[in-house]
Design a protein around this ligand. Structure first.
Ligand code: SAM
Length: 276
């Protein structure tokens, strides 16, 4: 099972085993097709769970055989499936490889970010900016600051870019590309609303690139090895949690005692480890 690291492959395997088992046992089951399909789905759901799939896969695996048969019965034109697939692919570009789907920060989160932004002009980046709603909101409210988004899903990027152009915000820039190619040292505030999957890699990137004093805010997903300096729980319906991490100051170089001897610098005091 370790080889099947991707959850979609595990789900597929569960469905294939369930399909074969039901074909084999078809004579033992009642003749009602809907009951047979539900049995197949239930078996796939149980197998999926045994293969380590998260709980939210249970209803998907349970209902998939039923949904497939219903869609086939609807006899929709084949191009409609292709169109649906392409649209879904262009939107949920990062679901398969990065395991980060598109879902959007809500208005209470925008307002909380607005209140959390440090005073004065800052450079803030949204890692995976989606439709750019968060940045558009903040760019309007903080004309003195700069807001940058990076997004690699083609359709959300295009829509966000168009919204940015229509809004005409001079302090907003949206780039097409991967968050892994961004140099995080250029930003005072780094915002991410991703998923648990990339957080360990992001933590490493932050440790090596964040400049001292810069603020990382993660919507909903903590970093695996660093304790947040502060957690804000919003009073929205999903009780959104914002995890705040401030990069520690650089080690201070204390001057070496002036004993007349030539020296080549100072020594470290107060250095902090990356783990907080
Ligand atoms: C949960 S959405 C958040 C959207 C937006 N930041 C917001 O808060 O409304 C995550 C976004 O990150 C994007 N994403 C995931 N991995 C990415 C990567 N490696 N490079 C660029 N964007 C990525 C996804 O395409 C998706 O649009």
């Amino acid at each position: 099972m370790n080889r099947l690291r991707h959850p979609v492959l595990r789900a597929l395997l569960a469905q294939l085993i369930a399909l074969s088992a039901i074909q084999f046992a078809a004579t033992l089951l009642p003749g009602n097709i809907w009951i047979i399909l539900l049995c197949q789905g239930a078996l796939a759901a149980i197998l999926g769970r045994l293969f380590g799939l998260a709980n939210w896969w249970l209803p998907l695996n349970l209902l998939l055989p039923l949904a497939v048969v219903l869609m086939l019965a609807a006899a929709l034109p084949p191009w409609l499936y292709l169109l649906g697939f392409v649209l879904l692919w262009l939107v949920q570009w990062n679901s398969a490889a990065e395991r980060v789907p598109l879902y959007l920060s809500n208005r209470p989160t925008w307002q909380a970010l607005d209140a959390l932004l440090p005073q004065g002009p800052v450079r803030m980046i949204d890692l995976g900016s989606g439709l750019a709603g968060t940045l558009l909101y903040l760019a309007r409210r903080h004309p003195e600051s700069h807001f940058i988004g990076v997004e690699s899903a083609p359709l959300p990027f295009a829509l966000g870019w168009l919204r940015g152009k229509l809004a005409g915000s001079p302090n907003l820039q949206l780039h097409y590309g991967s968050i892994w190619d961004v140099d995080l040292s250029e930003y005072d505030v780094i915002y991410a609303f991703l998923s648990p999957a990339p957080m360990a890699r992001l933590e490493q990137k932050l440790s090596s690139e964040q400049h001292p004093g810069s603020l990382f805010i993660s919507n909903s997903f903590p970093l695996p090895n660093m304790a947040a300096d502060r957690i804000e729980t919003l009073s929205d319906r999903r009780q959104t949690r914002l995890y705040l991490f401030t990069a520690p100051p650089a080690p201070v170089l204390a001057p070496a005692p002036d004993n007349g001897a030539p020296h080549d610098g100072g020594h470290f005091v107060g250095a902090r480890s990356g783990k907080r």
